[in-house]
Design a protein around this ligand. Structure first.
Ligand code: BEZ
Ligand code: FE
Length: 311
């Protein structure tokens, strides 16, 4: 059979590098979902151009496939290496900024990360989310949730989580009680909520899987600057997924997942003397007041990347 001979009803068979991409795009032509068709056509076009440009060897292709397989093998109910990979490649922050530009005066968002678990215990305002002995100075966090015109939002829900200053989220650490440093709060009639915790510290992202292999190969620092995560939601408003940072400029600029933004750095004040406004607080302790601004929209909730604790 000649090189260009057709099977009945089929396309021409591929025999050169240049013929692959058009054949794959043609194979997608019947996709009924227009958005899937658009995304897959673009993905394949970029993928094939990237491959043609970098011309990987067969051994390099095997290495790449093994790395992607390892992302799955290192993912379970207590750990999500796939989300971590998207984060260290900057993909999560790019998608975050495409969908949340902050242009209506709302609080800037930040990536969800791989450690959001969902179903945290419901808390009353003023509760402490350190549920087992946790090192670090006490933190008194007071928040206000408003609309972009400054109107307080009553009944907003705040899903809060942070790593222990030992460097682990509770789901990574058998020494922490289930749901340590996680809790759900609601704003009162004046749009306020408050909780007690510990001042967050920076921590390294997990490096015992394929993402760690990549970071080492790239000589990258695995640290994240100190922060507390928040998901702020209320009827009639777009859900805000963000992090409030408490670190210096250098740590923010070296965030391994490119998530730190100057607009969401909190004012963490150190108190070295007792303060009547915080009865029972033992110096030195920290306070932080932060106003979260929501823009109009429909509340949506992210799929938790994990659901349980490491056994
Ligand atoms: C986090 O902040 O929890 C996080 C985000 C991205 C990668 C690893 C951790
Ligand atoms: Fe975090």
């Amino acid at each position: 059979m000649g090189r260009r001979e057709k099977w009945s009803g089929g396309r021409e068979l591929i025999s050169t590098e240049a013929e692959v991409m058009p054949a794959v795009l043609a194979a997608f032509a019947q996709t009924p979902n227009g958005r899937l068709k658009e995304i897959m056509a673009s993905a394949v076009t970029h993928l094939h151009r990237f491959i043609s440009e970098t011309r990987p060897t067969e051994a390099e292709f095997e290495t790449a496939l093994a790395w992607i397989s390892a992302l799955g093998h290192h993912t379970d109910e207590a750990h999500n290496e796939v989300v971590l990979a998207a984060d260290v490649l900057g993909a999560s922050t790019l998608i975050d900024l495409i969908n949340n530009d902050g242009m209506q005066g709302e609080t800037m968002s930040a990536l969800l990360g791989p450690f959001y678990r969902g179903h945290a215990p419901e808390c009353a305002n003023g509760d402490c989310i350190a549920r087992s002995p946790t090192p670090g100075a006490a933190l008194y966090f007071s928040g206000l949730v408003t609309t972009v015109d400054g109107t307080p939002v009553e009944g907003a829900k705040l899903d809060v989580w942070q790593a222990s200053p030992v460097g682990f989220y509770e789901n990574q650490d058998p020494d922490q009680q289930d749901y340590n440093l996680r809790g759900i709060f609601h704003t009162d009639r004046s749009g306020r909520f408050d909780f007690v915790s510990v001042k967050p510290a920076g921590y390294p992202v997990p490096t015992d899987g394929p993402v760690g292999d990549l970071l080492r190969a790239q000589r990258r620092d695995p640290m994240r600057p100190a922060h507390i995560h928040f998901i702020v939601s209320a009827p009639g408003h777009k859900t805000l997924i963000t992090q409030i940072f408490s670190d210096n400029r250098e740590a923010l600029a070296n965030d391994v997942v490119f998530g730190a933004k100057q607009q969401i750095v909190g004012d963490f004040l150190q108190h070295d003397k007792p303060d009547a406004e915080y009865p029972g607080a033992v110096p030195p302790f920290f306070t932080c007041r932060y106003r979260f601004v929501l823009k109009p929209g429909t509340p949506t909730f992210p799929l938790p990347p994990i659901s349980g604790k490491k056994s």
